[in-house]
Each structure stands twice: as structure tokens, then as C-alpha cells.
Design a protein around this ligand. Structure first.
Ligand SMILES: [Zn+2]
Length: 59
């Protein structure tokens, strides 16, 4: 009656991308990006403006 099957801790937390909502400062349109894009500039799908994703994050 041993319970040797344990889940490896940290297995899932390593490489998962989440999605983040950002809001275009130009036209106010909200769009969804991946969390790794927060370090980049994002092009607004609506008006085409480039903006800093991390600065325009919405929760
Ligand atoms: Zn826009």
C-alpha cells in the first residue's frame, strides 16, 4: 500500500503561455496577445498602430 506515484512538481509551470489582453492607446481597441509578446511591440489589428504591449496591458 505504498503511494509512490507522485507528480513531478514544476512540470507544468515551466513552459506555459497565457494570453493577455492589451488595449491600443490609439483607438482603444482591445486585443489578445500571448504573454511572451509583452516584451515586444504589438501592432493594433484595428488601426495599425504600434504600441508597447506591457504598457498597455489590461486585466
Ligand atoms: Zn488601434
Amino acid at each position: 500500500m505504498s503511494d509512490q506515484q507522485q507528480h513531478c512538481p514544476g512540470f507544468e509551470s515551466n513552459k506555459s503561455l497565457s494570453s493577455v489582453d492589451v488595449k491600443c492607446p490609439d483607438c482603444g481597441k482591445k486585443q489578445e496577445i500571448f504573454s511572451d509578446e509583452l516584451t515586444k511591440q504589438v501592432k493594433c489589428a484595428s488601426c495599425g498602430a504600434l504600441f508597447d504591449a506591457a504598457a498597455c496591458k489590461v486585466d
